[in-house]
Design a protein around this ligand. Structure first.
Ligand SMILES: NC(=O)c1ccc[n+]([C@@H]2O[C@H](COP(=O)([O-])OP(=O)(O)OC[C@H]3O[C@@H](n4cnc5c(N)ncnc54)[C@H](OP(=O)(O)O)[C@@H]3O)[C@@H](O)[C@H]2O)c1
Length: 311
């Protein structure tokens, strides 16, 4: 059933595209926003600084919120789950161990059986992507703990549960890109190919920019000596902020594209994951861009929301 996995990611990206289009349609007819369904919809898609209402928000909606700083939990879950998968896959590939039986059942159901001549490069690519995903979660956890300065922003409990599920699903998807033949017990012969190098270089480049942009955001709230002075939102400048409102979201997209490259460009399931990240981050970026434009009359006019020069 490998096609089922691709279909699930395609469906998820279609859902985020639909949310984006629905939001654009509502934004063009502001009067519509006042009914309960619209308020609930806006509450579901927004988080942090773009969440509207504060004190005026219905109390039942406020009860469904958790602190945005709990983003940290996503990366703890990801490091534990994807670290576990990485370790067990490494042992299976290089030390002749087998995957745990319950992982084998899942893997057998969703992965493909390839021709012998293709399996080694596919197996190594999947191992590399799982490593990149684990390192990315590690970087994000460190940024949540030591770089970012969080305000009292909130996220919806549905977004919180979705975030936890997402990092379990995305690592499991990488595991399922390992051909079923891995369980034959043959040791992997490592083949480093040109697209592995290109993917890794792009991953490092995008991660560096993502980190720089998160440092810029954190510095908006700090003095030169590093003391936190305020928890307000102000206009960020520098690095890719000169081109877009949410360069850290754009860098996230590039990180997932770098993984598609590491897979050798042809992994359809992973391109659907990239599509999901595109629409998910596009929605968040559009909401953030609108927030900046509404709050700051002096907001740079030439800045796009998400993708430089495009939108
Ligand atoms: N792969 C995925 O599906 C996915 C989903 C979501 C996020 N992410 C990634 O996770 C990272 C963080 O995302 P995010 O949505 O939390 O980013 P964000 O809303 O921009 O927040 C990042 C940090 O900067 C602060 N901040 C934001 N705008 C600010 C401003 N104008 N002035 C001062 N401080 C500001 C935030 O504080 P507050 O506490 O005030 O918000 C928070 O501490 C991003 O790189 C994103 O790509 C990935």
């Amino acid at each position: 059933m490998p096609a089922l996995l691709a279909a699930a990611w395609a469906l998820l990206s279609a859902a985020f595209l639909a949310l984006l289009l629905l939001h654009r349609a509502q934004a063009r007819r502001p009067g519509v926003r006042t009914d309960v369904a619209s308020a609930f919809f806006q509450d579901l898609i927004r988080y942090g600084k773009t969440k509207r209402g504060g004190g005026q928000q219905a109390s039942w909606l406020r009860r469904l919120q958790v602190p945005k700083r709990w983003f940290t939990h996503f990366y703890v879950v990801s490091i534990l789950w994807n670290g576990f998968l990485l370790l067990r896959l490494f042992q299976a590939e290089f030390l002749g161990a087998s995957l745990p039986p319950w992982v084998q059942i899942f893997h057998g159901a969703f992965s493909t059986d390839l021709q012998k001549e293709n399996t080694d490069s596919e197996r190594f690519s999947a191992l590399l992507v799982l490593l990149l995903l684990w390192l990315h979660s590690f970087q994000r956890l460190a940024e949540c703990l030591y770089t970012s300065v969080f305000s009292n922003g909130v996220i919806h409990i549905v977004q919180y549960c979705f975030g936890i599920g997402y990092y379990i699903a995305v690592g499991s998807t990488v595991l399922c890109q390992v051909p079923t033949n891995v369980r034959n017990g043959e040791e992997l012969s490592v083949q480093i190919l040109w697209y592995h190098i290109v993917g890794i270089v792009m991953y490092i480049w995008a991660s560096l920019h993502q980190h720089r942009c998160l440092v810029i955001l954190a510095n908006l709230r700090k003095s030169k000596s590093g003391k936190v002075l305020s928890l307000n939102h102000s206009i960020p400048f520098g690095d890719w902020f000169e081109r877009v409102s949410c360069p850290h979201y754009f860098a996230e997209l590039l990180i997932y594209i770098s993984m598609a490259i590491t897979f050798g460009f042809h992994n359809v399931t992973w391109w659907f994951v990239v599509m999901y990240v595109f629409f998910n981050q596009a929605l968040a970026a559009v909401l953030c861009h609108e927030f900046y434009q509404e709050k700051f009359t002096s907001y740079p006019k030439h800045r796009k929301a998400f993708v430089p020069f495009i939108f």
